[in-house]
Structures are given as structure tokens and as C-alpha cells.
Design a binder for this molecule. Structure first.
Ligand SMILES: [Zn+2]
Ligand SMILES: [Zn+2]
Length: 209
């Protein structure tokens, strides 16, 4: 598997473009800059097999509908975030004043522990609520790679003071991630990559009980 990172928008969201052996891609969190993502896909001669949303926040999904217009494909997100992702509550003035447009795509509801295969790539979904109710991590087990969204960052974790956030719930989610192999690479929704082992050693929020 190859993963390219495109840093998009005001909040520097990491959009990940994952490819296997063919010209189809998985697009994780398109962010807010559709033109950049579309240009990247065209430049690489890729089409999209599926869009994977780590969670519903507007900075991660605002470009979704426009990218989907250019490259239609199923969109996957946890139902607890589908509930509000395309409603008027999902704004962050002054940066995002209108709610993200619903792409009107085929909808895939992520479910805890399920495995999915698109573009020849198989991943498991780990439900990690706390930053949002429907936050997930996307685990490419064969490649020891975990896309963590805003659940876990290098040296930090996602904030829990936004609507739907809950710090106790997030702590329980982080305990699940502690159980993963130490060598697992983590690719957060913002900022640099790390590993589970590195975060267990150095991230205050990943300490055991
Ligand atoms: Zn977020
Ligand atoms: Zn974010």
C-alpha cells in the first residue's frame, strides 16, 4: 500500500490518498480544499473506490461533495456522525459558516470491528468515540498502519469540548489503541506521523492506569 498525504485548508487537515496495485484510491478525509484533492487525483491518473471519513467535523468533510461530484464513489462514516455531519450544527465560524453539502452518495455505515475492502485494500474499523460520537480509526492491519483522525495525535489527543465530545469516552477509546502492536504507524488528522509505541512512551494521554 502507498499512502500520500495532502495537507489541506485553514486547519491543515491531513487528507490521505491510499492506493494498492491498481489505479483506484481510497480518499480519507478530503478536508476543505476540493480543487487540491481533485488535481492530485487527476495528476496521478487515479479514480476513487471509496471515501472514508474518520469523523464528521466540517474541516475534514467540507470538500467531500465537490470531490465526489468529480469522482463518484461510496462514502463511509460512522452513523453517529452521519446524524449531524450535513446539518446546520456542523459549522465553525468564521472559517466554516455553512454546513457541508451532503454528497448524495451511496452510504456505508462504519461499524466497530468490521473489515472493509476497496481498491484491493482491506482495513478494520475501530470505533473511537470521544472527540465526536462517531469517530473511528482506520486500521490497515497488513501494513501496520492506523489512520487516527482527531482521536490521537503525535503528543496529544483531540479536544473534547466541542459538541458531542466527551473526555471519559475518549480515554476509553485510547485504551483500545494502547492494545495495538507498538510498531503500528499512526497517521493523525493533523500534524506528523508517529507510532503506537512512541505515543505509549511519551504521550500523557496514552499512559496506562
Ligand atoms: Zn475533529
Ligand atoms: Zn480536525
Amino acid at each position: 500500500m502507498n499512502i500520500e498525504t495532502i495537507v489541506v485548508g485553514e486547519f491543515a487537515v491531513n487528507c490521505f490518498v491510499c492506493t494498492g496495485t491498481d489505479s483506484q484510491a481510497l480518499v480519507v478525509d478530503p478536508g476543505e480544499d476540493a480543487d487540491v484533492v481533485i488535481a492530485h487525483l487527476r495528476e496521478r491518473g487515479l479514480t476513487v473506490a471509496a471515501y472514508l471519513m474518520t469523523h464528521g467535523h466540517c474541516d475534514h468533510i467540507s470538500a467531500l461533495a465537490t470531490v465526489h461530484d468529480a469522482f463518484p464513489a461510496p462514502v463511509a462514516m460512522h452513523p453517529s456522525d452521519w446524524n449531524w455531519a450535513f446539518t446546520a450544527t456542523n459549522t465553525l465560524p468564521p472559517f466554516f459558516c455553512t454546513a457541508p453539502r451532503d454528497p448524495g452518495s451511496e452510504r456505508v455505515d462504519f461499524a466497530e470491528g468490521n473489515r472493509y475492502t476497496y481498491a484491493g485494500l482491506t482495513f478494520a474499523v475501530i470505533a473511537t468515540p470521544g472527540h465526536t460520537p462517531g469517530g473511528v480509526c482506520i486500521h490497515f492491519e497488513a501494513d501496520d498502519t492506523l489512520i487516527t483522525g482527531d482521536t490521537l495525535f503525535a503528543g496529544s489527543v483531540g479536544r473534547t469540548d466541542l459538541p458531542g465530545g466527551d473526555s471519559r469516552t475518549l480515554s476509553a477509546s485510547l485504551q483500545k489503541l494502547r492494545a495495538l502492536p507498538e510498531q503500528t504507524t499512526i497517521l493523525p488528522g493533523h500534524g506528523p506521523a508517529s507510532t503506537i509505541g512512541q505515543e505509549k512512551r511519551t504521550n500523557f494521554f496514552m499512559q496506562g492506569d
